[in-house]
Write a protein that binds this ligand. Structure first.
Ligand SMILES: [Zn+2]
Length: 382
């Protein structure tokens, strides 16, 4: 980023932190990490005596990225990690739209985030909570907290008491389950490889993934062709299945999955199962669920790639109506002239649409939109 843009962004961040109180529980037991506008974490293993000292540091430096450990430690600044003496951690899931392989990303690239990206990642987050955490693991809504990450994802924290002591292996098991990593199609459909044998499969009341797949299929069959297509079925297969749905549903209820003949069964059912799993971040962010050493964006801090707030959402009910590009917007005062350094798609923010812009355009736009385009490297301070 050029110096002038960086100075502008830095001044905005500094102003924000000077006028806001932020706090985190157990501040003295957490590890913190800080980044600049180029890199999310340039140093970590930082600890503070208490929340006041943390706040003082944030106000003095206004770091573009502020990360904290969901884990609590006896000595949060000790290194290497083993010497910190781990004292427990919430269970955390990280859902990011870049991991969802959305078709819109082919058009706008991976750094841009459109409405479709935002609604897809929210749907995935709700799916994790409503189809896995609550029914399969028995967590209650009060034991689940959701934070918008500040860019294109959500962090889901399970705060249930018995969770805190779970070790890495157990966390990995939970993560593997919801990602469907341990599903074996051949175990679930024992006759799948055998020619001319009837395809035996799970029933809706089976526990775990078997029941989930059987009842998911029945729900889709009852909903119609688009629901079947969204499970990854081709047009022809979906139409065939739907046309014969009474028979197919009856079959699945009895564990007989052979009511419609499908070529390449193993490939086909693997594809269907894949659409039912949760896609977790495992690229840049590492495996947040199983790695207790991972740092996350601190709630109520600014995201250095967007200037949006990493906002806690008060309840799961509220998540449905949460709009990041409206509810996580700060810097609503003032305007700024920017110069586009590349073509930018239309930007929808705070109920208004800005652009699309051609490279070289010099619009005067609200501070939040200027910061967004600058930090995403689409524009610079003019
Ligand atoms: Zn998109």
């Amino acid at each position: 980023m050029d110096e002038r843009s960086e100075r502008f962004a830095k001044a905005c961040f500094s102003r924000y932190y000077k006028s806001t109180n932020i706090s985190i529980n157990h501040a003295e037991k957490r590890e913190f990490g800080f980044g600049n506008f180029e890199k999310k974490i340039i140093f970590r293993h930082i600890s503070f005596k208490d929340n006041d000292h943390l706040l003082r540091y944030i106000r003095e430096h206004a770091p573009p990225f502020i990360s904290y450990s969901p884990s609590l430690y006896k000595f949060p600044d000790a290194r290497p990690m083993e010497r910190k003496v781990w004292e427990g951690s919430e269970l955390v899931f990280d859902i990011d739209s870049n991991d969802l392989e959305l078709s819109c990303q082919k058009g706008h690239g991976r750094s841009w985030v459109c409405d479709n990206c935002q609604s897809a990642v929210k749907a995935e987050t709700l799916k994790l909570i409503e189809e896995f955490l609550i029914p399969d693991f028995g967590f209650s809504k009060d034991e689940i907290r959701v934070n918008f990450s500040g860019n294109r994802g959500y962090h889901i924290h399970v705060t249930a008491k018995n969770i805190s002591d779970l070790g890495s292996d157990q966390r990995k098991e939970i993560s593997d389950y919801i990602s469907g990593r341990d599903i074996s199609i051949r175990e679930m459909f024992p006759t799948i490889g055998k020619r001319s044998a009837r395809l035996e499969g799970p029933k809706p009341n089976d526990p775990g993934w078997g029941g989930r797949i059987a009842s998911g299929m029945i729900i889709a069959l009852n909903s119609g062709i688009p629901a079947l297509r969204s499970l990854g079925m081709g047009k022809r297969e979906a139409e065939l299945m739907y046309g014969n749905r009474t028979n197919v549903i009856l079959g699945i209820t009895n564990g007989n999955w052979d009511k419609v003949s499908i070529p390449k069964k193993e490939e086909f059912w693997t594809g269907v199962v894949n659409t039912m799993t949760i896609k977790q971040s495992d690229s840049i962010d590492g495996n947040v669920t199983s790695s207790v050493y991972h740092l996350l964006r601190m709630p109520n801090t600014l995201h250095g790639d967007t200037a949006l707030l990493s906002r806690p959402i008060s309840s799961i009910h509220r998540l449905g109506e949460f709009e990041p590009m409206r509810h996580a917007v700060v810097f609503k005062k003032g305007e700024e002239e920017v110069e586009l350094i590349r073509d930018a798609p239309a930007l929808y923010m705070n109920g208004m649409t800005f652009g699309p812009y051609k490279s070289g355009a010099k619009p005067i736009i609200p501070t939040y939109a200027a910061l967004y385009l600058i930090l995403k490297r689409y524009a610079r301070s003019a």
